[in-house]
Design a protein around this ligand. Structure first.
Ligand SMILES: C[S@@+](CC[C@H](N)C(=O)[O-])C[C@H]1O[C@@H](n2cnc3c(N)ncnc32)[C@H](O)[C@@H]1O
Length: 273
């Protein structure tokens, strides 16, 4: 391996609350030369990057022109090849609906050293924010993470395999066409009375929760994105009051918290730097 090369860290930023970053993710954010981040990474987390780092939004919805995956791969490879430490920062966990597979392939082909730093995926963050047990001894022994948006027109994945009463379906990227999703759930065999929960901006102090059933899912309000849909008996446990009253960081604002945390982890204060 070329010793002059830098390294790329595929880092999970978690669902939004900076306190849910791993210690390793925080250390890397404080020391990276370059941070290439997705749209969903919250401003509070981006404030934790080093003031000297080059920070670029490579999110698919960044600006008007979508950044192609090949361009992101190119940026990671060229920065690392010039000896820089690169953090490729993704919301949640990098290995879940995060195109990490394509990026790993590009890094391997270019012989760039890389490491994956896991993060708390949205399903876990949202379930915690709404107090939904994703598995339950009497109600659900199977957890399915799936995507609402089909990858392509050829994607014929249906959810009938998961309609059994003993499973919990977590739908990432559900969009806001709840009538369509409800139709898909019914066609897959989900009972009309199956509880559903839509969780919006989970773990931030902007989060919201809407609880319904498959039968009245189509009447759900459009909550601000990102949103996640939980379908299954366990969704009946969603705690509306908790979701309303749980500022992610207590009384302190996220921004103030992020700055204080960054200060406490400045390179001189870091025992592990
Ligand atoms: C492209 S996927 C990325 C998932 C990410 N890698 C993860 O592990 O959470 C983006 C989707 O994740 C979900 N998501 C991410 N952050 C969320 C949050 N704070 N609250 C609710 N849903 C979230 C939404 O369904 C969003 O459309």
């Amino acid at each position: 391996m070329n010793v002059n090369k830098g390294k790329v860290y595929l880092v999970g930023a978690g669902p939004g609350d900076p306190e849910l970053l791993t210690v390793k993710a925080l250390r890397l954010l404080r020391t990276a030369d370059v941070v290439l981040h997705d749209d969903l990474v919250t401003p509070e987390i981006l404030q934790l990057t080093s003031p000297t780092a080059e920070v670029q939004n490579v999110g698919k919805r960044c600006g008007r022109k979508a950044i192609r995956q090949e361009e992101i791969n190119f940026l990671m490879v060229t920065h690392a090849a010039s000896g820089r430490q690169v953090v490729r920062l993704k919301s949640g966990d990098p290995l879940i609906f995060g195109r990490a597979g394509e990026e790993i392939e590009a890094l391997r082909q270019a012989d760039i050293e890389y490491e994956i730093v896991p993060g708390i995926t949205a399903a876990l963050g949202a379930a915690a924010a709404a107090a939904i047990p994703l598995t339950h001894r009497r109600m659900s022994s199977t957890l399915v993470l799936t995507a609402g948006h089909r990858a392509s027109d050829a994607d014929d994945s249906d959810w009938s395999r998961f309609a059994s009463a003993a499973s919990t379906l977590v739908v990432y990227m559900p969009g806001s066409n709840y009538a369509e999703i409800a139709g898909r759930l019914k066609a897959s065999g989900f009972a009309a009375e199956t509880p559903c929960a839509i969780i919006s901006q989970a773990t931030t102090d902007r989060h919201q929760l809407h609880v319904s059933t498959v039968a009245d899912l189509h009447l759900s309000p459009r909550l601000p994105s990102p949103t996640l849909l939980v379908v299954g008996e366990v969704a009946q446990f969603a705690d509306r009051d908790l979701a309303k009253s749980l500022p992610a960081l207590g009384r302190e604002s996220e921004t103030a918290f992020a700055l204080r945390l960054a200060e406490s982890l400045s390179p001189s204060a870091e025992p592990w730097a």
